[in-house]
Ligand binder design. Structure first.
Ligand code: ZN
Length: 78
């Protein structure tokens, strides 16, 4: 079982994720590189920025990871 999720070219362990933005970043700056990306807050005031497909995958992984805590890993397909 992998507890890593790839976000912005980094493999982030799920247990390091504090919270995940529900809406994409928007600040109105014309040259903002993060517009449309979702902030993923990690421990130690670090953030990574997930594109929409990465954000979806991360949420799905977090849900099955938390639901699977303490249970067996058999039958997982990721
Ligand atoms: Zn911005």
């Amino acid at each position: 079982m992998s507890i890593l999720c790839r976000i912005d070219d980094k493999h982030v362990p799920l247990y390091r994720v504090m919270w995940v933005a529900a809406t994409p970043h928007y600040c109105g700056e014309e040259d903002c590189l993060r517009e449309g990306s979702y902030e993923v807050r990690l421990e130690q005031e670090e953030s990574v920025w997930a594109k929409a497909p990465e954000h979806e995958e991360l949420l799905a992984k977090l849900e099955s990871w938390q639901g699977g805590l303490g249970g067996g890993d058999e039958g997982r397909n990721w």
